[in-house]
Design a protein around this ligand. Structure first.
Ligand SMILES: Cc1cc2nc3c(=O)[nH]c(=O)nc-3n(C[C@H](O)[C@H](O)[C@H](O)COP(=O)(O)OP(=O)(O)OC[C@H]3O[C@@H](n4cnc5c(N)ncnc54)[C@H](O)[C@@H]3O)c2cc1C
Ligand code: SF4
Ligand code: SF4
Length: 386
């Protein structure tokens, strides 16, 4: 059974490479002309040793050696039917006929979008992280005397922007030796090698000041540049993809993990996993680990060629089903279909056992009392409570 990976950034590439090494058949789908995603546009990553572009290009070369990994570029998913172990998808590919793929699992690795900081100010002195990084890394600026980073001014910044602030502050101290200050409410440094970077930045003489409720309009700062972070937003295709695949998003619109107490890569649907920036706010090191975890989970699921069914799945009494569709609308795991039942000679709700989590929501909502949860049938429960 093959695995479909959506998104050819570093998360998708890392997952596909792991699965390629395991001999798993993979179809990697990338919307753009080339693979690599965000790393193609970053100038540096702390402690990586080489440029992000070279890093990702090495990983692409490695990936392309696997004959069991098919790469589709300029491609997008337009339809997916079926359930864990038995998905059927249709792809739209530029200048080519649509392609149909049968696969057992999906890894979503579609990354994020970035938008310019929302500031009503025309000053030439205000700059965002991407431009600053370009100026320093490509030696476009030779002298600066003071730069201030303003973090969390509108809302709490993402970890990615905190990471970018520290990295660029360090670059400024090392390359231009100018005075650098970071004004923030609460800079978050949890993550692999993050604390180490923070210590290195402090040791280089960057000044951190805690500020609350900055009124940017009335702010009078003496500096050459004021650096403001971009907003990290869900990728523009996230909403459509969530509808196509029936996977949940959080309040900000990012893909949402099924349950924080379980493995973070699990979605609300069995057989669909998340990898990378599309569901975690993290730097490259954490993204590499996260993508391997998603790949491992998908491989583990399909390795035995059989899907294990939970003992406590729901069951429909087709005779009683009035086809009101309540259960279909309310199942959070998209585990109910409508099918024609030969036994009762009509259409009725049908639980897809391999996709059912046994949560019991459908059983509690069915107005015809047509659904029972195996091991927790009404009769058994009523006896227990007397
Ligand atoms: C501005 C910025 C600065 C950063 N700075 C640092 C840093 O200094 N240090 C650090 O460690 N990390 C940094 N990061 C974080 C991290 O390295 C990146 O976010 C990481 O590259 C994300 O990898 P990804 O594969 O999850 O997503 P991406 O690299 O965004 O890749 C996603 C891919 O999926 C494709 N795609 C999207 N939707 C679809 C679809 N429906 N079908 C097919 N393909 C699709 C996209 O075209 C893209 O190629 C930064 C991130 C940003 C945004
Ligand atoms: S909620 Fe009950 S009656 Fe309605 S479709 Fe589902 S099983 Fe049938
Ligand atoms: S018990 Fe019902 S609501 Fe819960 S996952 Fe199974 S089919 Fe869906």
């Amino acid at each position: 059974m093959s695995i479909l990976i959506l998104g050819g950034g570093i998360a998708g590439i890392t997952a596909a490479t792991y699965l390629g090494e395991q001999g798993q058949k993979v179809a990697l789908i990338e919307r753009e002309e080339g693979l690599g995603g965000r790393l193609n546009n970053l100038f540096s990553v702390y402690d990586l040793g080489i440029s992000p572009k070279d890093f990702v290009s090495r990983q692409i070369t490695k990936l392309k050696k696997f004959s069991n990994v098919d790469i589709f570029t300029c491609a997008e998913l337009i339809e997916t039917k079926g359930h864990v172990g038995n998905f059927n998808s249709k792809l739209k590919i530029k200048n080519s006929k649509p392609v149909k793929i049968k696969h057992g699992a999906i890894i979503i690795a579609t990354g994020v979008n970035v938008s310019a900081p929302k500031m009503d100010c025309n000053s030439q002195k205000i700059i965002n992280h991407t431009h600053l990084e370009d100026y320093i890394s490509n030696n476009k600026i030779k002298r600066l005397s003071k730069v201030i980073f303003l973090c969390d001014f509108a809302k709490e910044d993402s970890q990615i922007i905190a990471l970018s602030t520290l990295k660029n502050a360090l670059l400024l101290r090392e390359k231009l030796r100018c005075e650098v200050s970071v004004l923030s409410r609460n800079i978050k440094v949890a993550g692999k090698k993050f604390e180490q970077l923070y210590t290195a930045v402090r040791e280089k003489g960057v000044i951190f000041s805690a500020v609350e409720g900055v009124d940017v309009e009335g702010l009078h700062l003496i500096c050459d540049w004021l650096v403001i972070g971009e907003s990290i937003l869900p990728d523009h295709g996230t909403e459509v993809l969530s509808l196509t695949l029936g996977v949940e998003r959080d309040k900000q619109g990012f893909f949402q993990n099924n349950n924080v107490h379980f493995m973070p890569n699990l979605s609300n649907r069995k057989g669909i996993f998340f990898a990378g920036a599309c569901h975690i706010d993290a730097g490259l090191n954490d993204i590499l680990d996260d993508s391997l975890t998603a790949a491992y989970a998908a491989h583990n699921l399909l390795e035995k060629n059989t899907i294990e069914i939970d003992e406590k799945t729901a069951e429909v009494d087709e005779e009683k089903c009035a086809l009101c569709l309540t259960c279909i609308r309310s199942c959070p795991h998209k585990a109910i279909d409508i099918e024609f039942s030969r036994e009762v000679g009509k259409k009725a709700a049908k639980i897809v056992e391999e996709a059912c989590f046994g949560c019991g929501i459908c059983a509690s909502l069915c107005p015809s009392r047509a659904i029972q949860l195996r091991e927790y049938e009404d009769e058994k429960i009523l006896k227990l409570i007397g």
